[in-house]
Design a protein around this ligand. Structure first.
Ligand SMILES: [Mg+2]
Length: 418
């Protein structure tokens, strides 16, 4: 028996079993087993032309501050997504609930069509809540499509464009850099190591402190280490210029969000005043948001968040726009392993990928957490997003009451960014 007839035979057996138990109410269970079998066998869970319909959208809060989404189908295939903006998990859950009536009963494989319908029929377009809800749904629909066809998402996007995906490690101490190097990481991101929350034009002592802190990181990492700096948009433009000038001798990989991105002209002025690459994007949504960044040369490293900017569908288009400006993509991701999985699929489908942010490789959340080897995660081969939740491990992580930080100027109590 050749490979094709073996696959066809296995598929037929699963279909027959599913039909046999369907009337007993075990259809969904059987089809889930089908999907798992397909993952192992590397073939499609259902035929490409078989009917497939969304039956239900289920969200659940997951510690420390995440929101996971399961999109259920009548074939038992379940798509995973993270439809969340940090600090507004419950708001995003309601946004998903309001979108659900549009999706239920429809074929999940029309991913781009559904993206267009959800985005444009909202009438009031974009913004963090609606695009984050849309982003998580988009991830889940791609997951379903890949699982239905038995291939990773990047295969559907023309990939793979690489064999492994470089990730960076968060650390702001020399010890952290040295430890990361020992573990194989070659790329890092540090906070600005300021002495306090910045809310005004900083003095020479503050500027010198930031430079000294970064110099210690550079010394620990050596000239080969890539170390980015994230200012979280918390600086005034005046202070941002001073900090960047002081950091230039140590050549950070990038300067992330030196100022807020609401006034792109100000960010562009800063970008044109330094040779260091400026990075931004975690608070920018859709191709329309990134269009202005690119056109004004406000950043050369774009950091769209797969959970905010419009999901895999939109981030792939943003990457294409960036390529025309010789800009690179370094997806933002302080969220969970579904977000990481989506970023890895994107990295494996685009040519201008730089590095992927991560704070969780999925330990305690996934049946097979991601593994970092020499600073890289091998491109996964399982269908869809390539991950499976560990429901038993997740049981004690359900629900949270995360609230965003509140920061005030230590001198006068006025509000500052965090
Ligand atoms: Mg950031």
């Amino acid at each position: 028996m050749n490979d094709r007839s073996q696959r066809t035979g296995a598929l037929s057996r699963r279909r027959a079993l599913r039909h046999a138990v369907g009337t007993l109410g075990l259809g969904a269970l059987m089809a889930t087993a089908d999907a798992r079998e397909a993952e192992r066998a590397g073939d499609a869970a259902i035929g490409a032309r078989e009917s497939l319909k969304i039956t239900r959208l289920e969200t659940f809060l997951v510690k420390p501050r995440w929101l996971f989404l399961k999109v259920h189908t009548d074939a038992g295939i379940v798509g995973l997504g993270e439809p969340i903006v940090e600090g507004r998990a419950k708001t995003c859950a309601v946004a998903v609930e309001e979108i659900a009536p549009y999706l239920v009963g429809k074929d999940p494989r029309r991913v781009v069509h559904h993206w267009q319908a959800i985005y444009r029929h909202a009438f009031y377009r974009g913004g963090p809540i609606l695009t984050s809800a849309l982003s998580g749904i988009d991830q889940a629909l791609w997951d379903i499509k890949g699982k239905a066809l038995g291939v990773p998402v990047y295969e559907l996007l023309g990939g793979p464009t690489r064999d492994r995906v470089r990730v960076y490690l968060h650390t702001s101490t020399p010890e952290g850099i040295r430890d990361g190097l020992r573990r194989g990481f070659t790329a890092f991101k540090a906070g600005p190591a300021g002495r306090r929350a910045s809310g005004r034009i900083e003095n020479k002592a503050a500027v010198d402190h930031v430079a000294e802190q970064f110099a210690a990181l550079r010394e620990a990492g050596g000239p080969e280490a890539d170390i980015g700096v994230d200012f979280h948009g918390a600086l005034s433009p005046q202070t941002a210029r001073l900090y960047i000038k002081a950091l230039e001798p140590y050549q950070p990989l990038f300067i992330e969000e030196p100022v807020q991105c609401q006034n792109v002209d100000v960010l562009a002025d800063i970008a044109q005043g330094t040779h260091l690459p400026i990075a931004t994007g975690e608070r920018i949504f859709t191709k329309w948001g990134f269009r202005e960044i690119l056109e004004k040369r406000a950043a050369s490293i774009l950091q769209p968040d797969l959970c905010h900017a419009g999901g895999i569908t939109e981030c792939r288009l943003i990457a294409g726009m960036a390529e025309a400006y010789y800009a690179t993509i370094a997806p933002h991701n302080p969220l969970g392993p579904i977000s990481l999985a989506a970023g890895i699929q994107l990295a494996a489908a685009i040519p201008n990928f730089l590095c992927q942010e991560q704070v969780s490789l999925g330990d305690g959340y996934l049946k097979r957490p991601f593994q970092v080897e020499g600073g890289y995660i091998p491109v996964p081969t399982a269908p869809g997003l390539g991950i499976e939740l560990d429901e038993d491990a997740l049981a004690d992580k359900i629900d949270h009451d995360w609230r965003n930080r509140e920061s005030y100027n230590a001198d006068d109590g006025s509000v500052v960014d965090w």
